[in-house]
Design a protein around this ligand. Structure first.
Ligand SMILES: Cc1ncc(COP(=O)(O)O)c(C=O)c1O
Length: 461
């Protein structure tokens, strides 16, 4: 028998019993990438092959680039796994999950000071797949409301615009482009990375559907001054709607900075989005969209569907939606309560301030606001006193060698020449992990500087 036929015989043997995964034929074949494989594969093999493939992903715990939750308690994970097969759109089938979605909305409406009717906050909103979907819905509602008003007045409604800073997250640009709305941009500058409220309000015209204000920008985590925008509008007698993008800040500011006025307490704030999967402390994807009242959610955006067994209202972009993450959000809300969220967000703020101090001592320029005036995020760039020839991208790359993912990126349009780095402080980024990062940044700086000296010496030979 030739060695090759021996090999095939051995492989078909091992296909039958897959107790020896790495001795099976699957271990010596390419994974299916382009077409449906003809045959089945034992479940243990499929599991192991995919798990092994995923090892090449970064470690989520060391991914300091992301705002998205990377830790949940075992009990929360258990609830997610146990409800993974429920589609919350089936109201008739899963009434409890639907009720839990409403409970979460009630809690958020209360947290965001929705105006009360008969002593109760009236929650008008929906769970979404994330803040992007919630923002799309908020923008659509503002556009429809503006169009309806214009048409009722017999005026042209074909050229809507929206006002926002150049520091918005990309989903705002998507919303404007997808829904044919002109973007009126308030530029960031080299010293101001948030919207200028005066400039924003000056841009308002009869075609403005609304102003976007961000509670915690993606670049620096800073809070835009929603109150000043609101007050300036009122001063000018304008009822221009404000949508607050509280993707991250919605679960931080109420606990760290409860006196900050940014939500439905402000007259012109008509809608708010918040990501449950960021500081809401739930795994991706869950977001929330809330309106001040039903008056701000035009009827034509609400669909009444009844083919799943009961009449149900629906105003999302996607139809199906997992119940699991809504349930996980409710778990976090009742498990932690205000006290738990406050303790966690205060700790994160403290860690962010500590990290900012350490980086300042190393000569970096800190671009984010500390002491709870912004998100627990540290945005920084190399300082001229560091006398360094390499840039933030080189440092980010060097840190990757130690497993850290600390992104380097360029600032928003109009100050895109400025590069910077950002650490999003999340729940499991403890003080001691923070110390490890600070040390590794110090080592990386030294290693890069030594490399530079070697390069210079080489060129001078
Ligand atoms: C300010 C802001 N808005 C919107 C988004 C989009 O959120 P999501 O990823 O939940 O769709 C982000 C994401 O980082 C963000 O930082």
């Amino acid at each position: 028998m030739s060695p090759m036929s021996l090999f095939s015989e051995r492989l078909s043997e091992s296909d039958r019993s897959c107790s020896n995964i790495y001795g099976s034929r699957f271990a010596s074949e390419h994974m299916p990438c382009n077409s449906f494989p003809e045959d089945e594969m034992p479940k243990e093999v499929a599991y192991r092959m995919i798990k092994d493939d995923l090892v090449l992903d970064g470690n989520p715990m060391l991914n300091l680039a992301s705002f998205v939750t990377t830790y949940m308690e075992d009990e929360a994970e258990k609830l997610i796994a146990e409800s993974a097969n429920k589609n919350v759109i089936d109201h008739e089938e899963y009434p409890k999950s639907v009720e839990i979605e409403q409970r979460c909305l009630n809690i958020l409406a209360d947290l965001f000071h929705t105006p009360q009717i008969n002593g109760k906050a009236t929650a008008v909103g929906t769970a979404c797949i994330g803040s992007s979907e919630a923002i799309m819905l908020g923008v659509l509602a503002m556009k429809k409301r503006w169009q309806n008003e214009r048409k009722a007045q017999g005026k042209d409604a074909s050229r809507p615009n929206i006002i926002m800073s150049t520091g918005v997250q990309v989903c705002w640009e998507k919303a404007a482009r997808y829904f044919d709305i002109e973007e009126k941009l308030v530029p960031c500058t080299e010293t101001r990375f948030v919207i200028d409220p005066v400039e924003a309000v000056n841009l308002v015209d009869e075609n403005t559907i609304g102003i976007a204000a961000i509670l915690g920008t993606t670049y620096t985590g800073q809070y835009e001054d929603v109150k000043l925008i609101n007050d300036l509008l009122i001063e000018k007698g304008l009822d221009t709607p404000i949508h607050v993008d509280a993707a991250s800040g919605g679960f931080v500011a109420p606990f760290v900075n409860p006196d900050l006025t940014w939500d439905f307490q402000l007259q012109n704030v008509v809608s708010i989005n918040v990501s449950g999967h960021k500081y809401g402390l739930v795994y991706p994807g869950i977001g929330w969209a809330l309106w001040r009242s039903i008056d701000y959610l035009p009827r034509e955006l609400i669909f009444n569907i009844n083919y799943l067994g009961a009449d149900q209202l629906n105003f999302t972009l996607n139809f199906s939606k997992p119940a699991s993450h809504i349930i996980a959000q409710y778990y976090q809300m009742i498990r932690l309560g205000r006290r738990g969220y406050t303790d966690i967000m205060m700790n994160l703020t403290h860690t962010a301030d500590y990290l900012a101090d350490q980086l300042k001592n190393q000569g970096f320029i800190i671009m984010s606001d500390g002491s709870g005036d912004g998100l627990p995020v540290v945005a920084f760039r190399l300082g001229s006193a560091q006398h360094i020839v390499f840039d933030e991208f080189a440092l980010s790359h060097k840190l990757r060698e130690r497993g850290w993912i600390v992104p380097a990126y360029t600032m928003a349009a109009d100050c895109e020449k400025m590069s910077m780095m950002r650490v999003v402080v999340r729940e499991e980024f403890s003080q001691s992990r923070c110390d490890c990062l600070v040390n590794d940044i110090q080592f990386a700086l030294q290693a890069l500087a030594e490399q530079e000296i070697l390069n210079i010496q080489r060129y001078h030979k």
